[in-house]
Design a protein around this ligand. Structure first.
Ligand code: C5P
Length: 238
């Protein structure tokens, strides 16, 4: 059983290395786990990961790989050198790509002598509406597709998925207890929703089966980010 501190991941959506350092220092021991995504990795590069490792913070490297199996496998192997705890691939890459990624995580970890990163599948982006999903050519409902893609991930040996808190319970039911569910779109009770629409409170997301919560602005944009993080941890424990 993980405690709240192990389950909280703060989205490091900040524009400069200076701000990265300042954020990690401000949050201090309240937060051990950070999500580094395309925005900060593409603009700041490896130094953002070096900052995390210098401060002994765990990293969820969210780069959402989606390509042919060989390319994704080599990409995952290369990313292993940053020793992320979690990293992401698109489930829509298909079973061969997913299996290649799983094998590559194992090989990459051995090559760089780091723990194997856990792989999370991206199912259907939460920004996609039913109408857009149909426009791409899909005939099943988004929710059914999410469950299908999560099941494909599990069958390929992928460790879990990123999902809306509102899909967590159905994924848990379909994929079982050992499958990781990481949910963004978490808002403290009474908090500002920002541009998120399908949100849940920290307690609700955990009750629905989430293993990790990704929280950005409710902490980063708070007048006192450390106090905001501590309040969210308290809500998670409650
Ligand atoms: O600021 P906020 O708490 O909304 O940040 C949530 C983080 O999770 C952001 O980095 C956002 O890009 C990411 N995310 C999301 N919804 C998804 C996938 C990722 O909000 N479906």
């Amino acid at each position: 059983m993980r405690n709240a501190r192990e389950q909280l991941i703060v989205a490091m959506d900040v524009p400069t290395l200076e701000k990265v350092r300042q954020t990690v220092d401000t949050l201090g021991d309240a937060v051990d786990f950070y999500k580094v995504g395309m925005e900060s990795f593409y603009s700041l590069g490896q130094p953002v990961l070096d900052e995390m490792s210098a401060r002994r913070k765990k990293v969820f490297l969210d780069l959402k790989l989606h390509d042919i199996p060989n390319t994704v496998a080599n990409g995952i192997k290369s990313l292993c050198r940053f020793a992320p705890v979690l990293t992401t691939i698109h489930a829509a890459g298909g079973p061969s790509m997913l299996k290649a990624a799983v094998a590559a995580a194992q090989e990459g970890a051995a090559k760089w002598n780091v723990p194997r990163p856990k792989l999370l599948g991206i199912t259907v982006l939460t920004s996609i509406s039913e109408a857009e999903w149909a426009m791409i050519g899909h005939t099943s409902a988004v929710r059914d597709s999410v469950i299908r893609l999560a099941t494909l991930c599990r069958e390929a040996g992928v460790d879990g998925v990123v999902a809306s808190p509102q899909e967590a319970a159905a994924i848990r039911a379909a994929c079982g207890r050992d499958f990781l569910i990481v949910t963004p779109g978490v808002r403290p009770a009474g908090g500002d929703m920002g541009d998120q629409s399908r949100v849940a409170t920290p307690a609700q997301a955990l009750a629905d089966g989430a293993d990790f919560l990704v929280v950005g602005r409710p902490i980063l944009a708070a007048p006192d980010p450390r106090a905001a993080a501590l309040a969210i941890l308290k809500e998670m424990e409650g």
